[in-house]
Design a protein around this ligand. Structure first.
Ligand SMILES: Cc1cc2nc3c(=O)[nH]c(=O)nc-3n(C[C@H](O)[C@H](O)[C@H](O)COP(=O)(O)OP(=O)(O)OC[C@H]3O[C@@H](n4cnc5c(N)ncnc54)[C@H](O)[C@@H]3O)c2cc1C
Length: 607
């Protein structure tokens, strides 16, 4: 570091702000109108982009290593607007735990944001004019683990403010113009207050979202097999699905009458529509669709989106039309899923948030990936500053993060045609969430994803769950192709399924490493047994002849001609079905053709 740079870097933020404004006053525009170049400044970590990923990483790092000098450079001017700002408003357990516990933002979440009544799905039935006729999957009451609906502007403003109080340097209204990654010291040219500043740091993290400065510069973008488009808008009013019917039986399913606090998914063939309430009083509405089934040109402008809703989701369309005068914005995004060859580098740059990868908004995993990615980055940077050699950890984290990303992509790839199938999707949601709570979330809650020793001790179980998960994702496609029959009027409260609610509850239970290992093994066993149960019921519903032989869950598929060859009946290592592991699973099966009696039956057995 040169002398001037180190003197500037050692100034307090206030003194630096005064110096900057003086420099600004003294700036003389060059003849070409280019801004003058100010002196360089030094940091330990420079974060490009102060959106959700960048702001939270800065906070996590500062809490982990308080003397780290961190600069966050954000293009937009703060404070950000409330409501009509960004998407990424619904959290699930990992994201909620990351914000609330890891970052210590629980007070903000509880006071300034909305509690979330889980994920709720309404599958298509008929012309979708009567919500009561649609199969509903969603909790009757709040789960043990909290999650939240986020007003993104409100959240980013709060974190930025708290970060400044933590003495994190935050430059809003400042644009990153150039990045050099080659040398030991990473250099960034920033345009700020009409000045061109150069900042240097040992570590550089790209959190510029879809702009992805580093990803573009290093040509790291990777195509993914999943393709979907989205359009969304905010309405300055509450849209409460609770008001869509007065049917007493339907209302009684959720005694609080607060279905609107869920992330509501209106599901149809090749699409889903979200309704998310925001604490500022607005509602976020989004359409996400597979372009092979719903061309983007049919809903990529507001008027078109309303027409599209009238055709596919008429009850929702009426709510929007009634509030047309309170429309706050309208945004679109084509082909939103994207991958990346590498997210963490030994050259001391990292990518976080959408600057790295993005899968799909279904199941709201964006904040989860921010939480996991930022936790890996924090671990690496802190260890590096402590003088530890981090190369092996870094390669492991990079691989693990990208494996998790691929596993998520499989959840969505070619799955949009299933979206309308109440039976298959109900089972798939329970399966996907069992994998999520039983393995990934549990490891994140116990802060084990960064514990190499622990992770290597459960390697066999991790391999098993990845293999099984992948097999089941193919199975769900086959099942849907074999039968897309409608079921009507069913209701499943997932938390009424004992094994499933226990998985949610166990997330907060304390355990030592040995107990956690046992728990992970047990959860893999739950997945094996669940896979077999799902397979047996699917073959029953499809009238496929299946003997009572034991089933190998890792060879499940719906093509009888392949069963022998794939080893479906080879049971080595799979000790049959222990039904107690998946207690309550029978609630997932709808009678063929569907029936209102099912609702009554489920209500009777609900806890
Ligand atoms: C349709 C859709 C729905 C989604 N729904 C959900 C959901 O319900 N739940 C969920 O968890 N996730 C969801 N996501 C994902 C979520 O939006 C992202 O995970 C999250 O917003 C990513 O945050 P980020 O900080 O990476 O990017 P951003 O929030 O976009 O932040 C990037 C920042 O970088 C700044 N920037 C860009 N270029 C520069 C530059 N040159 N110089 C300085 N600053 C710059 C920008 O101004 C911006 O503030 C959704 C995504 C999509 C596409």
């Amino acid at each position: 570091m040169n002398d001037l740079a180190s003197r500037i870097a050692s100034l307090s933020p206030e003194a630096r702000a005064i110096l900057e404004s003086r420099l600004q006053k003294e700036t003389v525009e060059t003849q070409q109108g280019e801004p003058a170049i100010a002196a360089s400044q030094e940091f330990d970590v420079v974060i490009l982009g102060g959106g959700l990923a960048g702001l939270t990483l800065a906070r996590q790092l500062k809490r982990a290593r308080p003397n780290t000098r961190i600069l966050v450079i954000e293009k937009s001017r703060h404070p950000a607007p409330e409501a009509a700002f960004k998407v990424g408003e619904s959290t699930v357990e990992i994201g909620a735990h990351y914000f609330g516990v890891v970052l210590g933002l629980k007070q903000h979440l509880e006071r300034e944001q909305l509690p979330k009544l889980g994920l709720r799905y309404f599958f298509g039935f008929g012309d979708n004019n009567d919500i009561v006729r649609r199969v509903e999957l969603g909790p009757s009451s709040f789960p043990t683990q909290p999650s939240y609906q986020l007003d993104r502007g409100r959240l980013e403003n709060a974190i930025a403010q708290e970060n400044i109080e933590l003495r994190i340097e935050f430059w809003d209204d400042s644009e990153v113009r150039q990045v050099s990654l080659e040398s030991d010291r990473k250099n960034v040219v920033v345009s700020r207050n009409g000045l061109q500043l150069t900042v240097g740091a040992r570590w550089l993290v790209d959190a510029t979202g879809r702009v992805g400065i580093v990803k573009r510069q290093l040509k790291l973008a990777k195509q993914v097999g999943h393709d979907a488009n989205a359009a969304w808008f905010r309405i300055a009013d509450r849209i409460a699905v609770d008001d869509w019917s007065n049917d007493p039986e339907w209302k009684a399913r959720v005694p609080s009458g607060k279905r609107y606090l869920s992330t509501v998914h209106l599901m149809g063939p090749g699409y889903w529509v979200w309704l998310i309430p925001l604490a500022s009083g607005a509602t976020s509405v989004g359409i996400v669709a597979d372009p092979k089934i719903h061309p983007f040109s049919e809903f990529n402008r507001f008027e078109l989106a309303v027409d599209w809703l009238k055709r596919h989701e008429p009850q929702c369309a009426r709510e929007v039309i009634d509030r047309r005068d309170r429309l706050m914005d309208f945004r679109i995004l084509k082909h939103f899923a994207h991958g990346c060859d590498r997210v963490f580098s030994r050259d001391r740059w990292c990518l976080t948030g959408e600057a790295g990868v993005f899968t799909d908004a279904f199941y709201s995993p964006g904040s989860d990936f921010i939480g996991m990615g930022n936790s890996f980055i924090t671990d690496l940077i802190v260890r590096d500053f402590e003088g530890e050699s981090i190369d092996a950890r870094l390669e492991y984290f990079n691989r693990l993060f990208l494996i998790l990303f691929e596993a998520y992509i499989e959840i969505f790839e070619e799955k949009y045609p299933i979206m309308a199938n109440g039976q298959v999707m109900t089972v798939k949601v329970i399966w996907d969430t069992t994998v999520y709570w039983g393995i990934t979330t549990l490891l994140f809650f116990r802060n084990k994803l960064c514990d190499l020793e622990f992770m290597s001790s459960i390697e066999k179980d991790v391999q098993k769950f990845i293999h099984l998960h992948s097999r089941m994702q193919k199975f769900f496609c086959e099942w849907n192709e074999a039968k897309a029959a409608e079921v009507s009027s069913g209701f499943v409260d997932p938390l009424g399924i004992r094994f499933f609610s226990e998985l949610n509850g166990q997330l907060s239970a304390d355990s030592n490493d040995a107990e956690l290992r046992t728990r992970i093994s047990r959860n893999v066993r739950i997945l094996e047994v669940l896979a077999i149960e799902i397979f047996r019921n699917a073959t029953r519903l499809l009238d496929l002849p299946l003997s009572n032989d034991e089933i190998n869950p890792y060879a499940i598929g719906l093509k009888p001609e392949r069963w022998q060859e794939d080893g479906l009946f080879s049971t080595t290592g799979h000790s049959g079905v222990d039904a107690t592991l998946i207690e309550g699973v029978e609630k997932l099966w709808f009678p063929r053709g569907g029936a209102r009696e099912r609702t009554a039956a489920v209500l009777e057995t609900a806890p």
